[in-house]
Write a protein that binds this ligand. Structure first.
Ligand code: FES
Length: 188
């Protein structure tokens, strides 16, 4: 019986010089590339921010209803942001605070140069992340206004600067800008 194994030999060249083995190798590579692509596209898409996250990348806050001496809390990117419309008396006092008294020295003007009348800070304590409470008027500890983090007793002044307690840093000032003739605040 004649041996026809050469007819199926994967290494036997065809007329164009390719072999069955070459064909199988190319096919496997192509299938592999498609498979990687099919996995990679959903993976890359999963790294893009979700639509609801993008929607909160920046928020606009109308300032008209926040009177001098009052505050508002808004949520931005899952965190509270304190907005306070400061009186000229508050601003004058805060701008005179000696830097040597501050654990994280920063002038009020450095923090709120865009418009000193408006305090805008992320309301997350820089100690362990609790949300501080706003204080009104002079307190028994001699500090006027500002915020108290009741978790471990950190006190922030009316500029959001740490003045007492274990928190190491001032409350963060987020990126923000005024729009519409200072009637609208865009955070983020
Ligand atoms: S988390 Fe605010 S003082 Fe500890």
């Amino acid at each position: 019986m004649a041996d026809d194994s050469s007819a199926h030999d994967s290494a036997t060249p065809k007329a164009d010089g390719t072999t069955r083995r070459d064909f199988l190798t190319l096919t496997a590579s192509a299938v592999g590339a498609v498979g990687v692509g099919a996995v990679a596209i959903p993976f890359i898409n999963s790294m893009n921010p979700a639509a609801d996250v993008l929607a909160q990348a920046s928020i606009d806050v109308e300032l008209g209803d926040i009177q001098p001496g009052s505050s508002k809390v808004v949520m931005w990117r899952g965190k509270p942001v304190f907005i306070r419309h400061r009186t000229q008396t508050e601003i004058d006092k805060l701008q005179k605070t000696p830097l040597r008294e501050l654990p994280d020295p920063q002038t009020d003007l450095e923090r709120f140069a865009k418009n000193p009348a408006w305090l805008v800070v992320v309301g997350v304590c820089t100690h362990l992340g609790c949300v501080p409470n706003e204080r009104r008027g002079m307190q028994t500890d001699g500090v006027d206004g500002g915020w108290l983090c009741a978790c471990h007793g950190s006190v922030y002044d009316g500029s959001g600067r740490i003045i007492k307690g274990p928190a190491p840093k001032n409350l963060e000032v987020p990126s923000y800008q005024f729009m519409n003739g200072n009637k609208t605040l865009r955070i983020g």
